[in-house]
Structure formats: C-alpha cells, structure tokens
Design a protein around this ligand. Structure first.
Ligand SMILES: NC(=O)c1ccc[n+]([C@@H]2O[C@H](COP(=O)([O-])OP(=O)(O)OC[C@H]3O[C@@H](n4cnc5c(N)ncnc54)[C@H](OP(=O)(O)O)[C@@H]3O)[C@@H](O)[C@H]2O)c1
Length: 237
C-alpha cells in the first residue's frame, strides 16, 4: 500500500456527512489534507484542532467555478504537490420525467457533474506529477441503475460514472487512477427524509470512509474503476 505520510489529498464537502467521515479517516491514517466547503467556517469543528502543518481549509462552491481553481492553486502553493482528489460534494433534488424543473436539474448538473469535471481539470497536472495521483468520485448507486423516479439525480450520477472512466483513461499513463464509488443508502442529512428504507439499516459515513482509505492506498497496479457498496440486496446489480 502507498504510505499516507506526505501525500496531499483534497476533499470537497468535508464539513458534514460522507465528506467529513472521509476527512477524519484520512487524517487519522496520516494523510495531509486540503479540505473545502461552501462555508469554510463549517470546517472548524472538523479540523480546527488538527496539526496546522497537515491541513488547509479553503472555500469550494460547486456553482462558482472560480473557487475550483483557487482551491487547487492554494493547495499546490501551500504543500507543493497534490496526490489525491475526493470529489464528494453533491446534491439531490427530485426531478421526475413529468416535472418541468429545469432550474433544479441544471443545478444538479452543475454540482454533481460539471464541478467534479472542473476540479479534475484543474488538479490533473498536479496528480500527473505525483506519479501516483488518485481521484475518487463519490457517485452513487443511482449512477448504475435507475431504481426510483428521480430521473434527474440518476442522469447526473450516470454522467459522473462516465466522467470517472474518462478521467481514469486521461491520467492512466502518468499513474493517475480514478474510481467511481457508488454507494447505496448512507445515513446522512441527504437521506434524512427517506421513508422507503429504515435508517438504522443504512450504511454509516464511516463505512464509505474506510473504502476511500483502501482505494487511496492501492498501488498503481491495482486500480478499482468502479466500486458498488450497498446496505441491501440489490437485484439490479
Ligand atoms: N447519503 C447517501 O445515501 C448517498 C448515497 C450515494 C451517494 N451519495 C453522494 O455522496 C456525496 C455526499 O453526500 P452526503 O450523503 O454526505 O450528503 P450531505 O450530508 O447532504 O452532504 C452534502 C455535502 O455536499 C456539499 N454541497 C452540496 N452542494 C454544494 C455546492 N453547491 N457547493 C459545494 N458543496 C456543496 C454540502 O455542503 P453544505 O454543507 O454547504 O451544504 C455537504 O458538504 C454526494 O455526492 C452524494 O450524492 C450519498
């Protein structure tokens, strides 16, 4: 496994839910982190007491492209390298086929697809220089199968799977490996109003964090292109 010490990993939406659990697990394992959120102050409860030399806090608004390159530039200038990018920030709004909710759909495209693309574009030169750069896109099982009536969310997550494969191919020769991580239900704010599946049977954010740790640690010769992880017997997979 790659040693975490000295490796710089960026995590978006690290202030709560899966992103927070990933940040905490990576810090505990010895990585140095560049964390970002729409409101950087919301990262204080996560990383406020961490060693100053091992964390950078920046602003990332998926809908404001200027913040993407600024975050990447700030990370490279502070640490001199970037070894990993975890595109975690994402959103869900219900947009069924019959719904005329183009504004909501456009926002999901911006946050779930275009922003991860823009982050990959900005970080890729640094990840290439690393020689063992890693990209983990926190997608969803909704990117693998259409299992409910939220056509809009599934469309954006299918596109995020495509983006993951495209990024994997783009960076392959320079040692960049990209994974589309596709969880089923995870108990976070995003699933708080789900009534079709018991919350106590959902995965915990820490389960996803453990998987991210493993993906980041694998050598260049062990690339996981897609990983589906679920809390239920999913007949569609
Ligand atoms: N929970 C699940 O069952 C599940 C399953 C599969 C995949 N996922 C995916 O996992 C990722 C994390 O979800 P979660 O469950 O941890 O959800 P969550 O608790 O609702 O957290 C969502 C995170 O994304 C951030 N975010 C949303 N819109 C943003 C924007 N415009 N710019 C920057 N950050 C933004 C949020 O920041 P703010 O605090 O500023 O809102 C927050 O940090 C998402 O990509 C989601 O689609 C979740």
């Amino acid at each position: 496994m790659l040693a975490p010490e000295g490796r710089i990993i960026m995590v978006s939406g690290a202030n709560r839910g899966i992103g927070r659990a990933v940040a905490e697990a990576l810090y505990g394992a010895g990585y140095t982190l560049s964390l970002a959120a729409r409101d950087p102050a919301s990262l204080k409860p996560v990383a406020g007491k961490w060693a100053e030399g091992r964390v950078l806090i920046e602003r990332y608004d998926a809908e404001d492209q200027a913040t993407h390159r600024r975050w990447v530039d700030a990370t490279a200038s502070r640490f001199g390298r970037i070894d990993g990018l975890v595109n975690n920030a994402g959103m869900v709004v219900r947009v069924r086929i019959e719904d005329e909710k183009d504004t909501e759909l456009d926002r999901m495209w911006a946050v779930n697809v275009k922003a991860p693309l823009s982050m990959i574009r900005a970080a890729l030169p640094h990840l290439r220089r690393s020689g063992s750069g890693r990209i983990v896109n926190v997608v969803s099982i909704a990117g693998k199968a259409v299992y409910n009536n939220n056509a809009g969310y599934a469309m954006t997550k299918f596109a995020a799977v495509a983006l993951s494969h495209a990024a994997r191919r783009a960076g392959w020769e320079d040692g960049v490996r990209c994974t589309a991580l596709c969880p089923g239900f995870v108990a976070t704010d995003m699933t708080a109003d789900v009534e079709t599946f018991p919350h106590e049977q959902m995965m915990e954010p820490g389960d996803i964090a453990e998987v991210v740790l493993t993906i980041l640690g694998l050598s260049n010769n062990a690339s996981i292109a897609e990983l589906v992880i679920n809390c239920r017997d999913d007949v569609t997979m």
